[in-house]
Design a protein around this ligand. Structure first.
Ligand code: SF4
Length: 310
């Protein structure tokens, strides 16, 4: 890890890099740990979540970008416009590892741009760019357009759609097209800053840890995942649809906006129904042998398969 914090101020357009103190690295480690530490340290109490005083923190985890399995999810946090409280959310796919490939361990975005912008990060080069022509586009279109503008077909894009632009308080951010950090209105905070997207392309590979030990850990986890007879195995076999009935049985299935945790017709939504009726395509996150993610439509996501050949 570089233990470097990238700070981007959208009001002043200033970009700076700061050392993350060693004590913070060891005590908070990355991901939601960093988000908790820096939000608590840097946000004034009582600020409006949709004001320039709020900040967005994007934080990969400490082993992200290595070959250790199931390390593909990144965290993103802010003060929530939905609850007025601390918020972190996370998403899988390939964006978190790409952030580490670009040498970034933590990003803090602050202030507010006067006009729509996106941030392009290619290794050491960080540029705030005009997003006038991207504003109003859905995330699928935004990803395609940013890749074209940057001439980087394999760039990873974190973006918002019209909901975030219009400050809908439960708007998500999205990456890799269908990976959403879906909680608490992160998309609205992006929109309030006139921030349409953050795009990453990196050419480095994280060097933390001893490669031999990492390879041993990787092999061990993959072996365990293959031989598992427990929840991991069922997730691999049925995808996340397996969790639907489990959630309802535990009284934890959000029914009618949480008026109940149990849904009476849950069998119609269960993995058995999906297994019988739908052919799905597995879409694992970076370095994940479980591969719980699935989609129905091959054509939209063909590029993911291309990525997996890397
Ligand atoms: S494919 Fe599923 S189990 Fe694997 S990292 Fe992604 S979300 Fe987690």
């Amino acid at each position: 890890m570089n233990n470097k914090l990238l700070r981007i101020n959208l009001t002043t357009k200033q970009v700076s890099r700061e050392e993350i103190p060693e004590s913070v690295v060891y005590d908070y480690m990355g991901g939601t740990g960093y988000i908790t530490y820096y939000l608590y340290k840097e946000l004034e109490p009582g600020i409006d979540p949709l004001s320039p005083e709020n900040k967005v923190i994007i934080a990969p985890g400490p082993i992200q970008g290595t070959k250790i399995p199931v390390s593909g999810r990144y965290a993103i946090g802010t003060k929530s416009p939905l609850t007025g409280l601390y918020l972190d959310s996370n998403a899988g796919g390939f964006l978190g590892p790409e952030m580490r490939f670009a040498g970034v361990d933590l990003i803090i975005v602050e202030g507010k741009s006067a006009k729509p912008v996106y941030i392009s990060i290619k290794d050491d080069k960080v540029v705030i760019k005009d997003a006038k022509d991207l504003w109003g586009k859905f995330v699928y279109e935004t990803e395609v357009l940013v890749k074209e503008l940057e001439r980087e077909p394999k760039m990873r894009i974190l973006s918002i759609g019209p909901a975030g632009e219009n400050l809908v308080k439960f708007a998500c951010t999205a990456s890799d097209n269908f990976r959403n950090a879906g909680r608490g209105g992160l998309g609205a905070v992006f929109g309030s800053k006139n921030l349409k997207a953050v795009a990453f392309k990196g050419s480095n590979r994280p060097s933390n840890g001893d490669p031999t030990s990492i390879e041993q850990v990787r092999k061990d986890i993959v072996k365990r995942a293959k031989n598992a007879k427990d929840d991991g195995h069922l997730l691999h076999k049925h995808g996340t649809s397996w969790l639907v009935k489990v959630s309802s049985d535990l009284d934890h299935y959000p029914t009618r906006n949480w008026q109940s945790g149990e849904f009476e017709d849950i069998d119609k939504l269960s993995h058995k129904e999906f297994d019988e009726k739908y052919k799905r395509i597995r879409r694992p996150c970076y370095q994940c042998p479980i591969g719980c993610s699935e989609t129905l439509d091959a054509s939209v996501f063909d590029w993911v398969e291309e990525d997996r050949k890397e």
